[in-house]
Design a protein around this ligand. Structure first.
Ligand code: IMP
Ligand code: MG
Length: 174
């Protein structure tokens, strides 16, 4: 089966929106240090771009949680593949995700990281598919709400491919 990728959000649109999110975070965290927690691998492109647009002091850590095999539907099983290097106690944490889909991964992570006594914990996602939500998750910063389509690029993969696309696209099977 041949695959192609249709552009959903251009590189310019994504960059512009990330700049706006960085400005909003910089305003909201005036006088604080923001601790960005990247959910690998999908969140990494977004987090790097976002971090560059934040003007208050930033620290970063990385973790890897997996609820996906190579299929295009969430399994609902969350596995911590790599935990954070540093404690979260008394930090202002922002979890940075590529996409919130069913919400299962994030509701699990927010609970788990919230138990580590951060000063505050918020969620920032580049993409949100609100129609697909099965678990209630409060998203504090959203790049774009998108329709229920399987997207790739800007960190998002299909079977580990397409993460490096500088735009968001929809995989089509022809
Ligand atoms: P959730 O637990 O269903 O919210 O799934 C979240 C994870 O599923 C995301 O962090 C992605 O890794 C993956 N995912 C969900 N939708 C898509 C998509 O459209 N393209 C690529 N990965 C996706
Ligand atoms: Mg992810």
């Amino acid at each position: 089966m041949a695959e192609s990728v249709r552009v959903l959000l251009t590189e310019e649109e994504v960059d512009k929106r990330i700049k706006e999110l960085g400005e909003a975070i910089s305003r909201d965290y005036q006088g604080e240090t923001v601790h960005l927690v990247c959910v690998l691998k999908g969140g990494v492109f977004f987090m790097c771009e976002l971090a560059k647009r934040i003007t208050v002091p930033v620290t970063m850590d990385f973790m890897s949680a997996s609820s996906y095999g190579s299929s295009t539907k969430s399994s609902g099983v969350v596995k911590i593949v790599k935990d954070l290097d540093e404690p979260l106690k008394d930090r202002h944490v922002i979890i940075v995700e590529d996409i919130v889909d069913s919400g299962r991964t994030l509701s699990y992570l927010i609970k788990m990281l919230g138990d580590r006594e951060p000063a505050s914990i918020k969620l920032c996602t580049l993409l949100d598919k609100p129609e697909r939500r099965v678990t209630d998750v409060k998203v504090d910063y959203t790049g774009f709400n998108i329709p229920d389509e399987f997207v790739v690029g800007y960190g998002l993969d299909y079977d580990q491919r397409y993460r490096n696309l500088p735009y968001i696209g929809v995989v089509e099977f022809n």
